[in-house]
Design a protein around this ligand. Structure first.
Ligand code: AMP
Ligand code: GLY
Length: 417
């Protein structure tokens, strides 16, 4: 099969790395890819939101399957557009992609189908939203409705911050049309966990769970990022918890998808807050997570391409997926300044040769001459499978040897505090 992966992060490097091992693969492309994907696939210089050019490329090369990494092309309708031209896409259509593309759409889905989630209300008018604040206690959470490059969620400690945030989103329109609506939501306390599921025509097949570290600094301090460290599995997901999640969340999502007329095939990433009252759904994403993918795929023993094909055909079964018992952990090396302004183009030194344990997935690199240079806020995901404390030790040892100007990373990934 000829496969095109769309995207340019560590997630796409991990996807390409895993797909390259498939029995079925003949040719593998990544658009636009990064320095790391070029080691296992052929990079194609087309941006992930340039659907017209991606389609032209796929037709010319007679691509059999397109695997979409980021949410934007899905929300823009890549699946509908390509399938009309007879090209298979692993990823939901534009209607189902709204589960990520609109917070209001997702919350409405959760509430109507009795999926445990934080109490919320949606507003389009600034004055009404200001009045609505009185229905919540502090801290509360304000979310711009649309895709805002991961910046659309603000946790407001007090009324002044909440009023200011509502003004910025609804009046000043700092997120443009993505902020035409806001969701105001009850703040949930607890520990977060990520559960990615393969979805085949509305049926959910959960992968192994993961725990992502969102804040840039140790002890979960500082601003939120896309995720700067991760491990799998999350310690919460024992047999009993899995049963509870199946009954109270996954079954209800499946029923909801059916009832609302979805035909969802792709990935559903469920972000959980595990609170005193039990697990609640924080958000849906309709794509693989980053860095979750870098810790989940190394634990998958089965052929990923076969899983994608079975999902699309509609005959995916639990026994198509076998998982390694051993854990997997990753630490993300970041550019100084991230998640704010940072510089690119610094040469990367000391990348280890892949060995049995250590793998380095590239989040934001490119090749310049003979060398890799930094090309993003998140640069490299240093990853290791094995028993957790062993994986931790190997990762931090490997990091000692890697350097680039202003490199940063958290030293507390995988410490259960
Ligand atoms: P979201 O994009 O909705 O997942 O929000 C991004 C991040 O904001 C989440 O991963 C949480 O860390 C935090 N967050 C979102 N909603 C809530 C909530 N209701 N209570 C506490 N934290 C939240
Ligand atoms: N790591 C969280 C995400 O991919 O959205």
């Amino acid at each position: 099969m000829k496969v095109l992966v769309i995207g340019s992060g560590g997630r796409e490097h991990a996807l390409c790395w895993k797909l390259a091992q498939s029995r079925e693969i003949e040719e593998l492309y990544c658009a636009p890819g990064n320095g790391g994907t070029s080691l296992v696939a052929t990079n194609v210089p087309i941006q992930s939101n340039d659907l017209e050019r991606l389609l032209e490329f796929s037709k010319t090369l007679e691509i059999d399957l397109v695997v979409v990494g980021p949410e934007e092309p899905l929300v823009l309708g890549i699946t509908d557009m390509f399938e009309e031209e007879g090209i298979s896409v692993f990823g939901p259509d534009a209607f189902s992609a709204r589960l990520e593309g609109s917070k209001d759409f997702a919350k409405d889905f959760m509430v109507r189908h009795n999926i445990p989630t934080a109490k919320y209300k949606t507003f389009t008018e600034y004055n009404k939203a200001i009045e609505g604040l009185s229905e919540f206690s502090y801290p509360l959470v304000i979310k711009a409705d649309g895709l805002c490059l991961g910046k659309g969620v603000v946790i407001c400690e007090n009324k002044e911050i909440a009023q200011q945030t509502l003004k910025e989103v609804l009046v000043d329109r700092i997120f443009g049309d993505e902020g035409q609506r806001v969701v105001i939501e009850e703040f949930l306390e607890g520990t977060e966990a990520s559960l990615l599921c393969f979805v085949s025509h509305n049926r959910l097949f959960p992968m192994e769970s993961a725990k992502d570290y969102k804040q840039i600094f140790e002890d979960d301090k500082g601003p939120n990022t896309g995720g700067v460290g991760c491990y799998s599995p999350s310690p919460f997901f024992n047999e009993e918890f899995n049963r509870k999640i199946r009954l109270e969340v996954l079954d209800r999502i499946e029923e909801g998808l059916e009832a609302d007329g979805h035909n969802f095939t792709g990935i559903l990433f469920i972000g959980f807050m595990i609170s005193q009252e039990g697990p609640k759904v924080l958000e849906f994403n309709v794509r693989f997570g980053d860095p979750e993918t870098e810790v989940v795929l190394p634990r998958l023993e089965s052929d990923l391409l076969e899983i994608f094909i079975h999902s699309i055909v509609g005959d995916l079964k639990e026994d198509h997926m076998t998982w390694k018992e051993e854990a997997c952990m990753t630490v993300v090396l970041t550019s100084g300044g991230y998640p704010g302004y940072y510089k690119k183009g610094y040469r990367i030194y000391g990348l280890p040769y892949p060995d049995e344990d250590i793998m380095v997935f590239h989040n934001g690199t490119k090749i310049e001459g003979e060398h890799f240079v930094t090309n993003g806020g998140r640069v490299l995901s240093v990853t290791c499978t094995g028993e957790m404390s062993h994986a931790r030790e190997k990762i931090y040892q490997a990091i000692e040897g890697i350097s680039f100007k202003d490199m940063g990373y958290r030293r507390d990934i995988g410490l259960f505090k």
